[in-house]
Write a protein that binds this ligand. Sequence first.
Ligand SMILES: [Zn+2]
Length: 313
Amino acid sequence: MKETKEVYEQLHKFHDKEIVLGTKMENTCPLCHTNSFHVQYHLQDFDVLQCRSCGLKIRDHIPDKKQLSSFYNKKDYWDTPYFSNCFAQYDSSRLEIQAYQHVLDFLNSLSLSGAILDVGCATGVFLDLAQKGGWKTMGVEISEYAASYGRNHFKLDIHTGTLDNISLAPSSFDVVTSFEVVEHVDDPISFVQKSAILVKSGGYLVLMTPDHSSLIAFVAHVLYRLSFGKFTVPVYGIYDIEHIVYFTPKTLRKLVEPFGFKEVKILKESLDLERSKEVQSGIYLVGMKILIFFSKLIGKEFKFTSVYQKLSY
Ligand SMILES: [Zn+2]
């Protein structure tokens, strides 16, 4: 399995495995708090478990928060092709930027305006777009490297840290967004609760994350099963080593709606192959392009953005 080894090496190229793998977690479902799981995928470095009760998928190891924080703060982490479009002169034609624009377009279609908070805003590209669209913006970002970049280059109000160490008044934002963050946190309930409380009554919570019920995830699953668990490369690519919880639109809805929200829209986003150049070669590239085409055709794209409205009582 020389090819498999090479792909693993490429996937790990920018990761410190010791930091990212962390310690084996208590097998309690962060969504429904039951503790009955089955191992869905047995991978080289960790297992992917699925909750028998609610269907949520989680990794069996969680990283140490302090180590992870220092990991995200390394300049090397951001100096990778994956984040090449996070800086000034970002390319608006790229899929990741279009995904941000889709959210702003949807909010505009509701004739919304006011204040947006982006949680885990990285360097602040989404907030830069929002600011240009007339929104009052604020960001929270765990990486001082990314936060200071956003403050200096996009002139944004970005607080370094998490919602745990910033004091914001409840109901102070019309919209709270978080792009590709909820899958990185080990306590998604607390993360959503702290985000939800900041949304005004009638306001919106917007969460983007990979869809583990996408066509690409399904094909990876089939290949894994057909090979009796030996062909793990596609699964490994989807069940990202940095992610702790793996959502679908259904499990994310189960997480958010109990906080008094109603799902009003799901925006689908294709996999951006330009962001995953390390797994692009020959047959993978052709295969991925075909899969992306069919994913769009049947509405089972790689990522989704759920928009939830806070109900008024
Ligand atoms: Zn569960």
